[in-house]
Design a protein around this ligand. Structure first.
Ligand code: ADQ
Length: 470
């Protein structure tokens, strides 16, 4: 079996207890066949440090972890500037937040070239290369330019925007050309695939060969949807372990007799947090029986705080929390418990299990794994209800959730009320179906089907001319 090479912006040591489901699943694949995981170390090069010191290679069992340091300028332009200041907002439909003309693309391209040079030296001819996410769209293009002919696949973890939104990025054509340097491109949903196909055909003149293959720029590309999942059994086991049970018991006592609405996510404007708080305020106003009997627990993990759009959001949430608690709070009850920090991964399932309703209401999301973790952590005899945004990739699969439009605060408020009062038999029926769905397409299924499809892609002339940067 050929060696597997995974490339992602950050490299996780899969054996660390803090590693999430994705790191563990990718780590399993690497352990199983031997492999290399390559990415940014998370460190910035010290001033005056020689560049050749910036590659770190570490062997753990049959897996090699290779990481590269970046300079401050590279990090700011590639990571904060282009990846998170241009691609992230546009791909999440937030053109208004995108810094389109700040010139970050130069650093983005230089870091992808640096990764390509460093990685090329470590590659073997029959390796299979699997690149992850928007930070590294042009990596295959840069590797091909250096003469690398290995089979290469790319998975986009975030949504693909509609063609006319993508077209607003001055380098949109270059990005799509770069995708054609891969043999296989995977998206989270059919909707994302349709957006890509439409851009490729209408804007880039690609010819569709069949349901999954397109021809453009002298290359043939296969593209399909591979919805990512979680390790359901592992998450269910975590739910029954000591830390999660302890969390469940402590919270059950602290919130005795109250129904919990729960939100858990990174602090990000794509997650629809202000809209959620407003829907909750409406719930208290329009359905006052929830006063004193219902609490919203919102846990937000710190994220990308160097960007203004993120620090502004933090202030907005703190102000909404203050207003809600000031308007509705009682001496012995606060409507919103807001926490800006991480919860230990092993304790999180206890919180999911306690919640009567999970609010997963992003304005846009590639998939959303919190929705799937919530389902896996429920007691099948007395399960909670999932309120899910129709704009999360997960909504394509999780049809038995209560789907909402998070921009519609009245509609979301009424759906939360419905979730809080859903009869037990309906909760059980919906949960059983949702559990079947996340089991059928779990993270192992995702990894297997992607790698099988990549391995089966037809050979192509892997050397493409470097398209000029628009
Ligand atoms: P994210 O945007 O980070 O991922 P998500 O899929 O929800 O979003 O994954 C978040 C993970 O972090 C979950 O495992 C969750 O448990 C954990 N987490 C979040 N907040 C936490 C907190 N406060 N404390 C502890 N843990 C917390 C991107 C895309 C998604 C896509 C994934 C995977 O944006 O759409 O589903 O990649 O492809």
């Amino acid at each position: 079996m050929p060696r597997l090479v995974i490339v992602s912006n950050r490299v996780a040591d899969p054996r660390r207890p803090s590693a999430g489901g994705l790191a563990v699943a990718l780590g399993d694949a690497l352990q199983g066949r031997g492999g290399l995981w390559f990415g940014w170390s998370g460190h910035i090069i010290r001033e005056g440090q020689p560049v050749e010191e910036a590659l770190h290679v570490q062997q753990t069992g049959s897996v090699t972890l290779a990481t590269v340091d970046l300079s401050q300028e590279e990090h700011d332009g590639y990571y904060l500037g282009y990846s998170n200041g241009v691609l992230w907002p546009v791909f999440h439909n937030r053109l208004d937040l995108a810094d389109l003309d700040a010139g970050f693309v130069g650093s983005y391209r230089r870091v992808n070239q640096l990764f390509a040079r460093q990685l090329k030296a470590l590659l073997r001819p029959d390796d299979i290369v699997w690149v992850h996410d928007y930070h590294l769209i042009p990596l295959a293009l840069e590797l091909r330019t250096l003469g690398c002919a290995q089979r290469m696949g790319f998975f986009l973890h975030i949504p693909m925007p509609p063609p006319l939104l993508l077209a607003a990025i001055p380098q949109a054509d270059w990005l799509v050309r770069a995708l054609f340097s891969y043999n296989l491109v995977g998206f989270q949903s059919q909707g994302d695939l349709a957006h890509f196909a439409s851009y490729a055909e209408v804007e880039a003149g690609a010819r569709r060969l069949d349901g999954q293959r397109w021809q453009a720029y002298g290359r043939t590309l296969q593209a399909a949807s591979f919805p990512i999942g979680i390790d359901v059994d592992d998450f269910a086991a975590l739910t029954h372990a000591a830390e999660a049970r302890d969390m469940y018991e402590r919270m059950r006592q602290a919130y005795a007799g109250r129904r919990i609405l729960l939100g858990v996510e990174r602090l990000d404007y794509s997650k629809g947090l202000p809209q959620r708080f407003k829907a909750f305020a409406k719930l208290l106003k329009n359905h006052p029986e929830n006063i004193r009997s219902t609490t919203l627990i919102q846990i937000v993990s710190p994220s990308r705080e160097a960007l203004v759009s993120y620090s502004g959001l933090r202030q907005e949430l703190e102000s909404l929390t203050g207003a809600l608690n000031g308007d509705y709070g009682e001496l012995d009850w606060v409507p919103v418990r807001y926490m800006h920090r991480n919860v230990a991964r092993r304790r999180l399932p206890g919180l999911y299990r306690l919640a009567r309703v999970a609010l997963v209401t992003p304005l846009r999301d590639g998939m959303n794994l919190v929705a799937k973790e919530f389902i896996a952590a429920q007691d099948p005899a007395d399960p909670g209800v999932l309120v899910l945004s129709r704009f999360a990739g997960a909504a394509e699969q999780l049809k038995e959730a209560l789907l909402v439009n998070p921009y519609d605060t009245d509609g979301t408020c009424e759906t939360i009320q419905q979730a809080l009062h859903m009869p037990l038999t309906e909760r059980q029926r919906r949960h059983q179906k949702l559990l079947e769905r996340i089991r059928a397409q779990d993270v192992h299924w995702w990894r297997r089907t992607f790698l099988e499809a990549l391995t089966a892609t037809q050979g192509d002339d892997h050397r493409v001319a470097l398209p000029s940067l628009a």
